[in-house]
Design a protein around this ligand. Sequence first.
Ligand SMILES: Nc1nc2c(ncn2[C@@H]2O[C@H](COP(=O)(O)OP(=O)(O)OP(=O)(O)O)[C@@H](O)[C@H]2O)c(=O)[nH]1
Ligand SMILES: [Mg+2]
Ligand SMILES: [Zn+2]
Length: 296
Amino acid sequence: MNDALTGTVIAAFGRHYDVALAGSGQPISCVRRGKRKDVACGDRVDIQLTSPGQGVIETVHERRTLLYRADAWREKLLAANVDQALIVVAPEPTYSDELLTRCLIAADAAGVAPMIILNKMDMGAPAIRVRAALEYYVELGYPLVSLSALEDVSALRPVLTGQVSILVGQSGMGKSTLVNALVPDAMARTNIVSQALDSGRHTTTAAHYYAMDAQSALIDSPGLQEFGLAHLSPNAIEGYFREFSGLLGQCRFMDCQHLNEPDCALKNWARGNERRELRLRYLTSLQQAKRHRNHD
Ligand SMILES: Nc1nc2c(ncn2[C@@H]2O[C@H](COP(=O)(O)OP(=O)(O)OP(=O)(O)O)[C@@H](O)[C@H]2O)c(=O)[nH]1
Ligand SMILES: [Mg+2]
Ligand SMILES: [Zn+2]
């Protein structure tokens, strides 16, 4: 009973974790030694059993990747060791383009390949409109898969093969419905009433890791309302706005904040184009929030 066992964190609820033992896959209900909050779904861990079916996480193995968000006070770990982040949007409930931008940046920054999933294509004209709005991101090189979780998810299968993927996005986009369509026996809870409310009711309350085969897994995560990027410096943030990357360093002032300075290369490039101006506003508001915090 004293030997350390290795496993994968398959669910993370606050300070409680389910760990699937390597080999048998047997789930063990665990807490973290010392109550630290440094464990994420997808982590490889060593545990000590404390009683049958229960244990303590002793060590967290080195991670390949760590996807997380952060505000000024704390970090929230989303998942460890994932290869790609599938950011799910849909025509209903209304999705936030700014949140999408933040998710794309967080993935790029974590070395996790971002991909946009447009779900609910069965909704007709509103879905077509969202597809058109997403063309901007396709032109930036972000892969996009459009589908309906209720009708046909086959377009996603080749994308998932051999990868550890996480579904992220706002509540009600259909992440858990996608999991249920893709993973036999997953039985993830979905919210079949939220559609009518167009509200932010969250069905999924904890991240869950579903093994698909020896090399592939899919992680479902709770709906996001915000995505803080306090862990990224203003300069780093700039680099993740792919359309601006060729313009950096071309403003008249070396320390240009792209706000009201004359001869700002980014402002000149964006001027008169609604979409470019919007993205520049996302960038400057992220940078300003960060500069504020640094001066606190
Ligand atoms: N029309 C349509 N509805 C869908 C589709 N996929 C999911 N839905 C519905 O959208 C609602 C929300 O689905 P969920 O899978 O619970 O959404 P979620 O992203 O997991 O939400 P949270 O767990 O709160 O983050 C449910 O009513 C689903 O039936 C789709 O492809 N088409
Ligand atoms: Mg869900
Ligand atoms: Zn500038």
